[in-house]
Ligand binder design. Structure first.
Ligand code: ATP
Ligand code: MG
Length: 347
């Protein structure tokens, strides 16, 4: 079976360092590994509209922002197809047929949807489109016959639901769809990077992000005001690592080689942690180090973005071309789906 990747992001804002460690960095590695025959990276604008129906301008303006983030991190249109979801109308049609294979109670049990409904304060006024977005996400994945979906761990319930839809479709009609597998980051800190406020997940919708394209000065300010251990008041006090966001970020970003350049008194992150938990190491010093570590990773990405920003029409053209290509693939799957369902009356 062909190895195919599909993954994507909602254009509800620029991409942040959580996206980067949770999925984006991995996608670039997978792209360059040459192990995958097809790679689709989707800007999920239709999904973004499910909880932003009153603000299409926000979605529109973030299409090119997300594309810039993709390209500046190293996704290449020659190797990966970059597409815009709403252009591929076949995805909506697939969603409609899959909807008949999913119950309302199954959707209500989806833990990610549950917590997002709470976060967004929808209470009982949940937009139907938002409630059913796991089905549309299953359509996105299966339209491209993706085998592999690199995601953060908040997406595991979505992939599970997609797998159920595939099994149900294939057993009800015919074996046309492919069951996808989630691919998580191998480092726990990266699977769900917390926000700078220490909240469980860095998320565009929660305003607790360090964006890839933030100015260095803004990143410095965000790092310096990050949540640490509230009981670590004096430098001599022993500090806690659990729930200490600064150390979680170091787990996600730090390589031991960086100590020689930025904090030569230590050789490794383990040594730094050891000193912190024993007492005698202040938060400010650790935060300054984290800032250097982050900038080491982000500086080249930011420089590339500045170049790409000079020609936005070229960026949009990449998306247009990719969307046309993707649409052909999705149309083929849709036609197989209709054939399997025996609703291809005029073929
Ligand atoms: P929104 O708040 O609009 O939902 P988001 O910040 O959650 O935005 P998405 O576009 O929903 O971002 O997620 C895109 C991808 O990035 C998904 O695979 C998701 O799992 C991953 N991701 C998002 N936030 C994080 C995070 N904090 N840590 C690791 N992965 C993340
Ligand atoms: Mg999200």
């Amino acid at each position: 079976m062909k190895k195919i990747i599909l993954t994507g992001d909602r254009p509800t804002g620029r991409l942040h360092v959580g996206h980067y460690v949770g999925s984006l960095k991995r996608r670039v590695e997978l792209q360059n590994s040459g192990e995958y025959e097809e790679i689709y990276i989707m800007i999920a604008d239709a999904q973004a509209l499910t909880d932003n129906a009153d603000n299409p301008e926000k979605v529109r303006s973030n299409i090119s922002e997300v594309a810039l983030d993709y390209l500046s991190c190293g996704l290449e249109p020659e190797k990966s197809t970059l597409l815009v979801q709403s252009y591929v109308a076949e995805l909506t049609e697939l969603t409609f047929y899959y909807s008949n294979l999913v119950t309302v109670s199954r959707l209500q049990r989806n833990p990610t949807v549950k917590s997002e409904i709470q976060q967004r304060g929808f209470h009982s006024s949940i937009p139907v489109g938002f409630f059913t977005y796991p089905i549309s996400q299953a359509a996105d994945i299966t339209a491209f016959k993706a085998t592999t979906v690199p995601v953060g761990d908040d997406q595991l319930p979505m992939i599970e639901q997609a797998r159920e839809i595939v099994r149900s479709f294939n057993s009800t009609y015919d074996k046309v769809l492919v069951e996808p597998k989630a691919l998580l980051a191998d480092n726990e800190a990266c699977m769900r990077l917390p926000g700078t406020d220490g909240k469980a997940k860095m998320s565009k919708s929660l305003g607790n992000c360090i964006y890839l394209a933030d100015e260095p000065e803004d990143i410095r300010k965000k790092v310096m005001s990050m949540y640490t251990d509230p009981d670590h008041i004096r430098i001599e006090d022993p500090g806690k690592l659990e729930g200490n966001t600064v150390f979680t970020y170091l787990d996600a970003f730090c390589r031991d080689e960086l100590f020689a350049e930025y904090l030569p008194e230590y050789n490794s992150l383990d040594e730094l942690k050891d000193h912190y938990t024993k007492g005698g190491l202040g938060d400010v010093k650790v935060k300054k180090f984290l800032y250097s570590v982050l900038m080491e990773e982000l500086s080249p990405i930011q420089a590339k973005r500045k170049e790409l920003e000079k020609d936005i029409p070229a960026v949009m053209e990449i998306l247009h071309k990719g969307s046309i290509q993707a649409r052909e693939v999705a149309a083929r799957t849709l036609s197989e789906v209709k054939q399997a369902m025996r609703i291809n009356y005029f073929d």
